[in-house]
Design a protein around this ligand. Structure first.
Ligand code: GAP
Length: 510
């Protein structure tokens, strides 16, 4: 399906990700598969660092959160109880002419009203400039039909709001002609599979569409074994799968993605708003700690009338992606809905007994839920930078630099012997590599001019470069066993003793 045109920055990021081995299209040699992505050598490191930072801060550094890893395929009744079998749907629309499929809430339309009369309809796919696009199309329609009179400003609505008699009049975004769009119908996004040798109804199981239900299904097991006391959380990181109707915007919305979710269980009598705020702030601060700038973040409170009936409140931390401000992290107050549903469906007691108060109750939940891939995209977008750097002869040339926070940079330090045809330099550089390697990810590069090697690491986002030169070998005796340490962002170099490198760099990357 044709992707809506994203801006130039997004194209540059996608191209850099491919060129430098961050992200590839899955199964590319077979033409690719829509909504699935592979992470290359740099991408896999970056993603692992995001996961590790979150796990460290969310689980290991706290007394009140424990981690689990539940299976991807769970008992199908889990998904009946959670409401996913009945209601995990998106409204889908087919274009009968082009055979394309759309999410109804991503098609926008407007009546073209001239002198108070409807002259036709225009439509467009969701984008940053939907209102302008519809207005331009309305003006074009008025011109095409040679209608005189005053064109009213268009009022954009999404296709789920279209009245039955409007549907045949709304042009398909694929063909520009009306009459081919079907009314929206619910499409369940869970991927089905079969467990065991039989392929009948009784063997149907689902790839999990969220990791959260693993925490609810294991609540009792953790309670019985984990020595946890309310308030406490259960966290996990893992793959989730959704058969998205329109996967798009690179890794922003894919069909296979990874989530980092935490269910924080509180007393039914506790102040949920206090905990909700606490976790919104925690998530925001965590994003800042991995280098997402505050200026790109905002909060969106879901309006009360659009919340699920059990939800007390949901706030999304939004990130300004190049294709628009979009949900990055959702923090939901889910009441006791999930535990009560699973207790009812399974027959197990999922209540908590408060020893001090001698009282039993079903805990309420605050859930911060985020996608690793969405954080990664936010980090890639925030880190991308173009500036000027001097080449070998001091002439300024433009460079692309990924300004990753050292905490999450895929490679922490690059090691460069000044020349590759001087065995003494190479030997010393390899010694430095071996010294640093147990402590951090290092990349050894001896190929090409030193300036070009710096540039390659700038694009990979490596925050530090260590160059071994003739002074390292003692050409100037007072500089024996010192190296130059280059800072990626300032491009400044300082002379550092080899023996000081490990403590110095370890401090900078943690
Ligand atoms: N347990 C609640 C839950 O899963 P959600 O808002 O559907 O809530 C949580 O998903 C987070 O997972 C989102 O904020 C987003 O970061 C990520 N996410 C959801 N669908 C995604 C997709 N198709 N591709 C990539 N990330 C996705």
């Amino acid at each position: 399906m044709a992707e809506p045109k994203t801006n130039e920055l997004m194209e540059k990021i996608v191209s850099l990700c491919k060129r430098r081995g961050f992200i590839f299209q899955s199964s590319e040699i077979y033409g690719g598969i829509n909504g699935f992505w592979d992470y290359g050598p740099l991408g896999a490191e970056l993603k692992k660092n995001i996961r590790d930072c979150w796990w460290n801060d969310m689980v290991r550094s706290r007394d009140d959160v424990v981690g689990i890893e539940s299976s991807i395929i769970m008992h199908p009744k889990v998904w009946e109880a959670s409401g996913h079998v009945g209601g995990f749907t998106d409204p889908m629309v087919d274009c009968k002419a082009s055979k394309q499929r759309f999410r109804a809430d991503q098609i926008f339309f407007a009546a073209v009203v001239v002198d108070g009369k409807i002259a036709g309809y225009v439509s467009a796919l969701e984008s940053e400039r939907i209102a302008e696009e519809l207005q331009e199309k309305a003006e074009a329609l008025k011109r095409k039909k040679a209608i005189q009179g005053k064109l009213e400003p268009v009022k954009a609505q999404d296709f789920t709001e279209a009245k039955p008699d409007e549907i045949p009049l709304i042009p398909s975004p694929a063909t520009g002609e009306p009459g081919s769009l079907t009314p929206p119908r619910a499409f369940n996004m869970m991927f089905e599979t079969y467990v065991g040798a039989l392929r009948d109804e009784s063997a149907i199981a689902y790839l999990r569409p969220e990791t959260a239900q693993g925490m609810f299904a294991d609540f009792k097991a953790v309670l019985d074994t984990g020595r946890v006391k309310i308030p406490f959380g259960i966290a996990q990181i893992g793959k989730s799968f959704r058969n998205e109707i329109t996967p798009r915007n690179f890794i922003f919305r894919s069909r296979e993605f990874e989530q980092m979710e935490m269910e924080y269980f509180i007393s039914d009598q506790d102040d949920w708003q206090k905990w909700h705020r606490y976790w919104i702030d925690w998530c925001r601060n965590w994003l800042l700690s991995v280098g997402v700038p505050a200026s790109q973040l905002s909060e969106y409170n879901h309006p009360k009338e659009k919340l699920a009936f059990y939800s007390k409140g949901t706030t999304d931390i939004m990130f300004r992606y190049p294709f628009g401000e979009q949900e990055l992290w959702g923090i939901a107050a889910r009441g006791d809905y999930d535990l009560s549903q699973h207790a009812k469906a399974s027959g197990a007691s999922l209540a908590y007994f408060d020893e001090a108060a001698k009282r039993q109750y079903v805990p309420h939940v605050i859930e911060p839920a985020v996608g690793v891939d969405r954080i990664m995209l936010a980090i890639l977008c925030s880190a991308y930078c173009e500036d000027q750097a001097p080449d070998e002869k001091g002439k300024l040339e433009s460079r692309v630099v990924m300004k990753f926070h050292p905490r999450i940079a895929p490679i922490k330090v690059a090691i460069f012997p000044l020349l590759k045809n001087k065995p003494e330099l190479v030997k010393k550089a390899q010694e430095v590599r071996n010294l640093l390697r147990p402590q951090m990810t290092v990349f050894y590069d001896e190929a090409g001019a030193i300036g070009r090697r710096y540039r390659r690491q700038d694009e990979a986002g490596t925050p530090f470069g260590v160059t071994i030169d003739f002074d390292t070998l003692g050409e100037k005796p007072e500089l024996l066993n010192t190296v130059t340490l280059r800072d990626r962002d300032t491009m400044k170099q300082e002379r550092v003793k080899i023996e000081e490198l490990v403590p110095l760099l370890s401090g900078k990357i943690r």
